[in-house]
Design a protein around this ligand. Structure first.
Ligand code: SAH
Length: 227
């Protein structure tokens, strides 16, 4: 199977590239890495941060390079006091918290002809739970809110959590979900918590980003191994 693995930042895919022999190709300001792994053809890239960058990379992986399923691996800020730094959370539903045409009476996160929440693939979510169990690891389901902002403010955190019942804040999941949903491509979005998205979250992010990125990337590779 042709499988895409996408991160947003270099640190999110380096743990994968370190384990693989690959060739690479540059296109549209992205570098795509191609590797064979357990009878699968992997296409790996980091998109650069944000919803637009990640939408572009995900689209290219599917439309140009023929990926049949897509995994996103990376880090996120936790909005849920039960999810602590380094915990793994996969997105069951994803939404864009910074879409706002409420001036016209619409709910936050909504634009016409697009659902607010996009559901991820149930088979891949079940596979994640099975793989976690076999490795004696814990992985949690959660609602992921994406927007083009690093959330490091208690009020903003509370608003996102309260408005969407979201568990994580990050900057790419919902745009990747929208692309995959529109192109009928099953997807799985995994985040390991790097910070708690409140005031001064940037300090925790700097401290834990690399270790959390590694936790997420290693798990995604285990899932691919079990496909
Ligand atoms: N330090 C980086 C910027 C990181 S932006 C630089 O200087 O270039 C944060 C990245 O991690 C995004 O890709 C986002 O998806 C994720 N992330 C982790 N914690 C987050 C938070 N609290 N709010 C939003 N995104 C977060």
């Amino acid at each position: 199977m042709k499988i895409a693995i996408l991160g947003a930042m270099p640190e999110e895919i380096t743990p994968l590239l370190e384990k693989l022999d690959y060739i690479q190709e540059s296109y549209a300001n992205n570098v795509f890495y191609f590797a064979k792994f357990k009878n699968h053809d992997l296409i790996i890239a980091y998109s650069k941060i944000g919803k637009v960058n990640s939408a572009l990379s995900a689209t290219l992986m599917i439309e140009k390079y023929g990926a049949e399923i897509l995994f996103f691996t990376g880090v996120a800020g936790s909005l849920n006091p039960n999810f602590k730094i380094s915990d793994m959370v996969y997105g069951t539903k994803l939404l864009q918290h910074d879409i706002d045409i409420s001036a016209f009476g619409h709910p936050y996160g909504y634009v016409p002809d697009t659902p607010i929440f996009i559901n991820s693939d149930e088979n891949l979510n079940q596979l994640a739970l099975k793989v976690a169990k076999s490795l004696n690891l814990t992985i949690y389901p959660g609602i992921i809110a994406s927007g083009d902002q690093f959330i490091c403010d208690d009020e903003k955190k509370k608003w996102i959590k309260g408005t969407f019942d979201a568990d994580l804040a990050e900057m790419e999941g919902a745009s990747v979900a929208l692309v995959c949903h529109s192109l009928n491509t099953p997807f799985f979005i995994l985040r390991s918590v790097s910070d708690e998205a409140g005031t001064k979250a940037e300090f925790d992010f700097d401290k834990f980003m690399i270790s959390s990125a590694k936790i997420s990337a290693n798990f995604v590779l285990k899932m691919v191994e079990n496909l």
